[in-house]
Ligand binder design. Structure first.
Ligand SMILES: *[C@@H]1O[C@H](CO)[C@@H](O)[C@H](O)[C@H]1NC(C)=O
Ligand SMILES: *[C@@H]1O[C@H](CO)[C@@H](O)[C@H](O)[C@H]1NC(C)=O
Length: 317
């Protein structure tokens, strides 16, 4: 009997790590961009969900909660958290920055105890990483809006986790083609990282320049923990099409996005967390929500998931 239980446990835990569930953090809806009505409290752009699903993961929404929740129960049931791009103030009570901070610190603590727990940040989610870590907003003003560029890979990129297993074709595309899509007015720089003693714990894996020649960190990884950030948007090449804006959709652009999706999801497979029961898992997955076609009215996101305040209570499990 005991042997059977152990065997079942082993099968379940290896099953769990092969079919990761990733929490995507929602963000507050700014009033000026409330394109779907008063009821919405926070949203997730559907492109992040599809991006992770395209690499074999499932997603649950981690809804913002203005009450003082700690996000622990949901954190213990999932294999990673992704902080998506967008626009949000970091210091707002109950907002995106505060939630990112709590989740980041939970991830740091479990990694310290030997559990592999990745964190992924894209654009705003990349910019929030130093804030989540130390509580300082160290962003620099810089502008690169609606521009796709190649990456200037770091001299030792081959030693990074992010690129050490990348096929030659992917490296060659990343180095030479306009495939990493940028839309940001803030950035992180090596100079501020040095000043705030974030180096060498963070390893800069690539840089780029904004329209004024400011060199910014376009991708990075943490050397102590499996934490990753990209200033560019890998999800947009695959899933965002707003007419008239320069998101690349060539086969090369698609391939690099698929590379990042596979890399991130493979990192999540190394974590064996799972939901305490299947019913709870089913009730929590993002399949319980319907995305809305917001692109029809000019949103930069084709589709969004929107959440009411009451949805955050469900995230408490
Ligand atoms: C788009 O705009 C129309 C007209 O204002 C409105 O009726 C509709 O609900 C909007 N749809 C979305 C998804 O925002
Ligand atoms: C990339 O875009 C820049 C302009 O933003 C252009 O000058 C350059 O030729 C493009 N490079 C490639 C490889 O398409």
């Amino acid at each position: 009997m005991l042997r059977l239980l152990i065997l079942t446990g082993l099968i379940l835990s290896s099953y769990a790590s092969k079919t990761p569930i990733i929490g995507v953090l929602s963000q507050e809806t700014s009033r000026s961009r409330n394109d779907i009505g008063e009821f919405q409290h926070s949203y997730i752009a559907a492109s992040y969900v599809k991006f992770l699903e395209s690499a074999g993961a499932r997603v649950i929404p981690v809804c913002l909660d203005s009450r003082d929740v700690q996000y622990d129960p949901i954190f213990r049931s999932i294999n990673t958290v992704l902080f998506p791009g967008g626009a949000a103030y970091f210091k707002e009570r109950g907002g995106y920055g505060e939630a990112a901070r709590k989740l980041y610190n939970l991830a740091k603590a479990v990694n310290e105890k030997g559990t592999y727990y990745p964190i992924i940040g894209v654009c705003l989610g990349h910019e929030v990483l130093p804030y989540a870590d130390k509580g300082d907003d160290i962003r620099t003003d810089c502008e690169l809006k609606n521009v796709a560029v190649p990456l200037k890979l770091a001299a030792d990129y081959e030693k990074s986790k992010m690129f050490s297993k990348a096929p030659d074709e992917i490296i060659s595309i990343l180095k030479t083609k306009n495939v990493t899509y940028n839309f940001h007015q803030c950035c992180l720089t090596e100079k501020t990282f040095r000043r705030h003693k974030l180096l060498p714990e963070w390893k800069i894996t690539s840089t780029d320049e904004d329209i004024n020649g400011i060199e910014f960190i376009s991708s990075m990884e943490n050397t102590r923990y499996p934490f990753y950030g990209t200033q560019f948007h890998p999800e947009k090449n695959l899933f965002e099409f707003k007419a008239g804006i320069g998101i690349p959709h060539s086969v090369e652009a698609v391939k690099i996005s698929q590379y990042f999706a596979n890399f991130f999801v493979e990192e999540c497979r190394k974590n064996a967390n799972r939901f305490p029961d299947h019913d709870l898992e089913k009730r929590t997955l993002i399949y319980n929500y319907q995305p809305i076609y917001t692109g029809i009215n000019g949103s930069v996101y084709e589709q969004k998931y929107v959440f009411a305040k009451s949805d955050s209570e469900k995230s408490e499990l």
